[in-house]
Design a binder for this molecule. Structure first.
Ligand code: SF4
Ligand code: SF4
Length: 284
């Protein structure tokens, strides 16, 4: 069994309540190092070189900062390159270009796990691992293609994802405001990373022009790396009391939903004396 706290970066340890951090789970069926969806003998559902990483996650600004400060050099260089190339690396965070999003929502279901065009930029093909594993997003963090606890386990991870997404979205917005951006900046930037509807030109839009970037970055233009690094520092400096004061009331139902869904899993009542299997995967 693995505690939730041991699979989350310390960025979250002062934000999430102990009743969530201390939950103990085990996912031995999603054998990511020897992916269950591509194993020999079974009918492969995903290509071995892609697994379930045909997905481009949105990374909140403070996670980008944590990657730039602590992740392997390969991930850091990639983000710096994305920034220089005018990819969608903006104050709220980074994510797929509208053209990727347009293609992703229009893909056929069987393309997931099989179409290399959708492969995540942080995926390491030679090792089959994730270069930003420690700081991956809520969606990646809560994804298990199969749960040892069946439908109840899947429901638990869905609730866990919603709770962590609440944290990501609110921290990224709060940091944006802290650094002099406006609430409408947050909305317009999020709409770039997560289109609610598409408009003409989105299907071919892979890069931002320098003028667009300058406008989006505003008073932080030219100091983007400093901005991101500051985001990670800012989150680390948040106290439990500050988080509670700002977000506690809205956050509570998400925490309750996680605890309630956990009670329905087979992990409830499990003890550490049960045989220990691989536990949560250390790579996708
Ligand atoms: S979660 Fe992804 S990498 Fe892990 S076993 Fe399932 S499909 Fe494979
Ligand atoms: S687990 Fe890592 S490599 Fe896979 S989609 Fe998420 S960020 Fe990308």
């Amino acid at each position: 069994m693995t505690s939730i706290s041991s699979v989350l970066p310390d960025l979250y340890h002062r934000i999430l309540p102990s009743e969530v951090l201390e939950l103990r789970v085990r996912e031995s069926l999603a054998t990511c190092d020897d992916c269950v969806k591509v194993q020999k003998g079974a009918r492969p559902q995903y290509q071995a070189a892609l697994k379930c990483c045909t997905f481009y996650p949105i990374l909140a600004n403070y996670l980008v900062g944590a990657i730039l400060a602590e992740a392997p050099g390969q991930a850091q260089s990639l983000i710096r390159r994305q920034l220089e190339q005018g990819q969608f690396v903006i104050p709220v965070g980074l994510g797929p270009a509208p053209a990727y999003q347009w293609r992703y929502v229009n893909k056929r279901p069987e393309e997931f796990g099989n179409n290399a065009d959708f492969l995540c930029p942080y995926y390491q093909r030679d090792s089959g691992g994730c270069t930003i594993w420690q700081f991956r997003s809520s969606e990646c963090r809560s994804f298990f293609c199969v749960s040892e606890s069946g439908v109840a386990g899947e429901e638990f991870w869905r609730r866990f994802n919603e709770m962590l997404y609440f944290v990501e979205i609110n921290l990224s917005q709060a940091y944006l405001l802290e650094r002099g951006f406006l609430p409408q900046d947050f909305k317009s930037q999020m709409n770039l990373l997560r289109r609610s509807e598409f408009k003409d030109g989105d299907g071919t839009n892979w890069f931002l022009s320098q003028t667009e970037r300058q406008k989006i970055w505003d008073h932080w233009w030219g100091r983007e790396i400093e901005f991101f690094l500051g985001g990670a520092e800012w989150v680390r400096s948040l106290t439990t009391a500050e988080w509670q004061r700002e977000f506690g009331r809205e956050f509570k139902p998400y925490v309750e939903a996680v605890r309630e869904s956990f009670r329905r899993t087979t992990w409830k009542g499990s003890t550490t004396s049960r045989p220990t299997k691989p536990g949560l995967p250390i790579s996708p």
